[in-house]
Design a protein around this ligand. Sequence first.
Ligand code: SF4
Length: 299
Amino acid sequence: MTTLDQLVINFHMTESCNYRCGYCYATWNDHSSERELHRHSGEVERLLDSLADYFLNPNPLQQALGYRSVRLNFAGGEPMLLGDRFVTALNQAQACGFETSIITNGHFLDETNLAAMAPQLSVLGISYDSMKAETVRQIGRQDRKGRGLSRERLTRLALLYRALNPEGVLKINTVVNTFNWQEDMRDLGIQIRPDKWKLLRVLPVHDHSLVISDSQYRAFVERHAELGPMIVEEDNQDMRQSYLMIDPEGRFYQNDEAGKGYILSSPIRQVGVESALTQIPFDPEAFARRYQLIPLQAV
Ligand code: SF4
């Protein structure tokens, strides 16, 4: 039996985003934004209640993994694009007994909303791929007006989160791809000292033009390895079947092994958590391995 302290569920609350990253995989098969749960009064609340009933009580997955807490990680798309609807969901998830966290592109984070949210975020994850304006443009990590997250703003937000929640975990996610694999961001790491800097290799799910070779990915990882334990690599293989993920319509999903999109469960609200879980491939061993590679405080 494998054990881990915390189960993490990623709830991709919306497909919408203000950025246009070329590798973005936040698009779901047959998805309609009209069916996103947050558009329907009470639906997100009902989903969170169902998840709490299942995951926060004894269940087969808990027996297999031995987890003691569950963190609900809000992702997208860009969850902060939803404004109050996101904040309400975050508050409710906390009230249900989940630990809560977010992965955001940082665009809508400011001093005011970060001050309100920081105490509730046991992990603040910010996705950030490049310090160079031209690379940001090539990747598409910017809005229609060409505005992305600058190094200066990222640094300010990171320091503010640290001050507001000294126990919280600061995480940076970088997707290594065709345009940034040669970049050197070591001094950024030294400056903001995230607890965890996850280097994800771009997934060949939708746009294959950003895909890199093994040696290109290795070169990026090795260049940044001197930053020490904060650096966590996540190659394509590590990502398969090792996340519990829910799409904006409230369905579990997994990346298809053949890299051709997603395998989706029925809506959790219709069939229940237990039945929906059986409809997707999920490898508890891979999940536990991924989280055992790194110290708990850095997860
Ligand atoms: S910021 Fe994230 S959700 Fe938005 S386009 Fe980029 S990868 Fe997709």
